[in-house]
Design a protein around this ligand. Structure first.
Ligand code: ADP
Length: 406
């Protein structure tokens, strides 16, 4: 439905024809504002410069200064897309087809001009024009959205590249850190070995005996060097694991023998603290396939932590199995326990339950991080249950047969 007053331009050099169109248009019941031009160039000029927007042009196909085809082409090339209705003579269908190809919206033979035909054509071309404008608008919107998407995509791409770059930098920093830790601990171990070797020589009291005071002092030098050596070894192991340089050497070995020997190795530490150290084993087949050294390190770390953090009571190493393929190693102590808020991070490197400088226990905070990494290498899992003041249980589950090695 057309409600607003339409601005119509009639371009025709023939006064009679112009009058006929004008009269027929005024009888269409459509509110119209009609402007007339008799020359093509004047019409083009008006369409290009007039302030008011025209809604439709009725155009004689044969003008004295410009033929209709050239006029249509000129308007369309100037991005004037308003509806153009060409008025042709009788039998000029071929001309009309050419005009339509050049961009005319419709055509009408002059003999058929009537209020009815003009109103129909007018409504039709305006409806099509409006639909075209809407499609154009939607298309522009799509183009804009597309541009926005392309821009966002580029932003995401450059962000991703930045993240990748940062990632590479982080990896490089981490590699340098591991390398530094490995080099430093390696370099420190050489003089430390000399200190330990010479203090052992002095402690052998050969060829010259030492006084009791001297023995005590040298013993302290030896013990402290030993502690320092243990710390350095932890740092070295950790940097090796982090750098992915820890390789497994699976073999078929006696688990009961390994567990018993490891417990005996640490028994003196438990005795020093008056702790009971028990071992309970309930498995059918004592031989397993795993990395013996790794498993020994796991046991030593867990046992020494249990002894370190237990001040009275007992520590029990319990080994069972879930046939056919799982071994469960649980280490239970009656020690100080771990606060619930610390449980989530004790397996992280350098994290300790007590991180104050005045803490009672020594340590690097690497033991459990190394243990966790070793257990993962052994394709197993480690979990902990603990209650403050009552004790902790660390449970390691590993496969009886490591990987495909059977
Ligand atoms: P470190 O023993 O060198 O501090 P670990 O990585 O071995 O580092 O242990 C991290 C922290 O976990 C310890 O500082 C301690 O707070 C807690 N922890 C580990 N084992 C026990 C245990 N058996 N009983 C109580 N707390 C423990």
């Amino acid at each position: 439905m057309i409600l607003k007053t339409l601005n119509i331009l009639i371009i025709d050099d023939d006064d009679v024809d112009r009058m006929a169109v004008k009269r027929a248009l005024s009888l269409t019941q459509i509110p119209l504002n009609i402007t007339e031009e008799s020359l093509g160039t004047m019409g083009i000029n008006r369409l290009k410069t007039d302030q008011k927007p025209y809604d439709c042009v009725f155009l004689d196909y044969c003008l004295p200064d410009l033929d209709g085809l050239a006029l249509i082409r000129e308007l369309r090339q100037s991005s004037i897309h308003i509806p153009l209705v060409v008025l042709t003579g009788q039998g000029d269908e071929q001309v009309a087809v050419e005009m339509m190809k050049a961009g005319a919206s419709d055509y009408l033979t002059k003999t058929k001009i009537s209020p009815d035909t003009l109103s129909k054509i007018l409504r039709n071309v305006i409806r099509i024009y409006q639909a075209e404008q809407e499609v154009k608008w939607a298309n522009n919107q799509l183009k804009e959205n597309n541009k926005l998407l392309i821009r966002k995509n580029q932003e995401l791409k450059s962000q991703r590249q930045q993240i990748e770059l940062q990632n590479l930098q982080l990896q490089e920093t981490s590699r340098l850190k591991s390398q530094f830790l490995a080099t430093m601990s390696h370099e420190l171990r050489t003089p430390l070995n000399a200190i330990m070797g010479f203090s052992q020589m002095l402690l052998s009291q050969y060829p010259d005996p030492l006084t009791i005071k001297q023995i005590d002092m040298v013993q302290r030098i030896y013990n402290n060097s030993q502690n320092l050596m243990n710390l350095l070894n932890e740092v070295l192991d950790f940097s090796k694991i982090e750098a992915g340089q820890m390789t497994l050497h699976p073999s078929n070995f006696d688990l009961i023998k390994l567990a018993t020997l490891t417990v005996e190795e640490l028994r003196s530490l438990a005795i020093e603290k008056n702790l009971v150290l028990k071992i309970q084993i309930d498995i059918n087949e004592r031989f397993i396939v795993s990395d013996q050294n790794c498993l020994r390190r796991v046991l030593i770390n867990l046992l020494s932590n249990a002894i370190k953090f237990t001040h009275e009571g007992e520590i029990c190493l319990n080994i069972t199995e879930i046939p056919p393929s799982k071994i469960i190693i649980a280490l239970k102590d009656t020690g100080i326990g771990i606060a619930p808020e610390h449980l989530s991070f004790i397996f992280e490197a350098f994290r300790q339950g007590d991180q104050t400088l005045t803490r009672k226990q020594t340590g690097t905070g690497l033991g459990l991080a190394i243990t966790d990494a070793l257990v993962k290498l052994l394709q197993g899992t480690i979990t902990v249950e603990s209650e403050l003041g009552k004790g902790s249980t660390f449970t390691v589950q590993i496969p009886r047969y490591l990987g495909n090695y059977e």
